[in-house]
Design a protein around this ligand. Sequence first.
Ligand code: ADP
Ligand code: MG
Length: 238
Amino acid sequence: MGSIKLENVSKSFGEATVIPSIDLEINDGEFVVFVGPSGCGKSTLLRLIAGLEDVSGGRILIDGKDATDTAPADRGLAMVFQSYALYPHMSVRSNIGFPLKMAGIDKTEIDRKVDDAARILNLTDYLDRKPRQLSGGQRQRVAIGRAIVRSPECFLFDEPLSNLDAALRVNMRLEISELHQQLNATSIYVTHDQIEAMTMADKIVVLNKGRIEQVGSPLDLYRNPANLFVAGFIGSPK
Ligand code: ADP
Ligand code: MG
C-alpha cells in the first residue's frame, strides 16, 4: 500500500499561482523523482502531498482514499528534508525516537524501533552521540532514521543530499535506493540534479513553472524527450 494520485491539484500563494493544475499517478512501490529547475514548484508539490500546505484546488488520494483534508501525521507518509532539522541538544537515539515519543508510544517499543532503524542505517554505534559529533552523511542518516521509525508507506525526500559533498552524495544515493527496496516503500524524491534523477528513478516527473513537461522512465525521457526543455534538462540529444 502506498499509491498516490493527484487530481487537478493547484496551489496559489495570494495572487501568485505556483501550480496551475497537476494530474499524476504514483504507483505502490515506485521510486518517483520530481526534477526541474529551482523555483519550479517541486518542494511545494511535495508539501501539498505531505499535507504541510493546503491545496487551492483538486484532490489528493492516498491508497485510493481522499486524503486532501487529512492531517499530515495521519497520511502514512514521512518527509526527509534538505536541512537535517535535528535537535542539537538531543542524542541520536532521542532524535530518531522523537516522532514515536510525540505519538505517545511507550519507551520499550520506542527503543526497539530505534534499534531496528539504527541497524538498517549503520548508526548502532552512534546512538549516544549528539548531532554535532556526527559527519554530514551520518546526520542525514539520522534524519532518515526519524522517517523510518514510523514505518511509513511512502517517503518524501526534498533534496536530501544537497548539503553533502560529491563523494558522499554518490554513497547516499545508493543507500536511499537500497532502503527504498528493503522497506518496500513508495518514494518521491525531489532534486534539481538530473544525474540523481536518471540514476535513481523508476519514473521521472519533469516540472517547469508548476507544470508537468513529461512523465516517463529515465530511458523514455532520454530517448523520446517531449520537447526541448526536457531534452535540455535531461541532457538527451534531441
Ligand atoms: P522548488 O522547490 O522547485 O525550488 P518551490 O516549490 O520552493 O520551488 O517554489 C515554487 C515557487 O513558489 C517559487 O516562486 C516560490 O517563491 C513560491 N513559494 C513557495 N512557497 C511559498 C510561500 N509559502 N509563499 C509564497 N510563495 C511561495
Ligand atoms: Mg525546493
